[in-house]
Design a protein around this ligand. Structure first.
Ligand SMILES: [Zn+2]
Ligand SMILES: [Zn+2]
Length: 181
């Protein structure tokens, strides 16, 4: 069989990536495999792209700000609803966690990384505790009603808090899965 690039030249290798027959002159060894010139170019380009994408500066300041903003917004809305209805609205923790995770991701410019996931979960934890505090304070400030169940945390509330934090940790991960090459 002839080399894809050199008609008349005997192909003694097969490209490991695209299976094209290639001659000695066209062959480049990458990780011990014969690779054709076209694939070498593509591999180099892809590596350069990946390097650029991974080293592009992540804006942690913007990520944290966006996360805190989302946490505050959901915490206020949640506490408002809780005081209005007289129920603590525990699943608000999940909403808050998800919103914080998404906000951190957008704030960071759709970058991925464990540091972002950690930022999101810590921000969500602070946000959820802040929401509980708001609910307690507002429930206590209400002179007409002092709903006992609004001012004590149940096991379910702690569980929802943990789930909310987990949500914040996973949303940036799920949302930023790399596109298949
Ligand atoms: Zn090839
Ligand atoms: Zn050749």
């Amino acid at each position: 069989m002839d080399c894809v690039n050199h008609p008349g030249e005997e192909a003694i290798f097969q490209c490991y990536r695209c299976q094209s027959p290639i001659c000695v002159d066209c062959e480049t060894k990458i990780d011990g495999h014969p690779i054709c010139p076209a694939c070498v170019v593509q591999i180099r380009e892809r590596l350069a792209e990946r390097y650029q994408a991974e080293t592009r500066h992540v804006n942690y300041g913007a990520a944290v700000s966006a996360g805190l903003l989302a946490a505050a917004a959901v915490a206020f809305g949640w506490s408002q609803l809780a005081v209005m209805t007289g129920y603590r609205m525990g699943p608000g923790a999940l909403l808050l966690g998800g919103a914080v995770g998404y906000a951190v991701l957008v704030g960071a410019g759709e970058k991925r990384g464990h540091s972002l996931q950690q930022i999101a979960s810590v921000t969500a934890l602070v946000g959820i505790l802040f929401a509980y505090l708001l609910i307690f304070l507002r429930a206590q400030g209400d002179v007409y009603a002092f709903p006992e169940h609004l001012t004590t945390l149940s096991v379910l509330d702690w569980l929802l808090l943990a789930l909310g934090v987990a949500c914040a940790y996973w949303v940036p991960h799920i949302r930023s899965l790399p596109k298949q090459p």
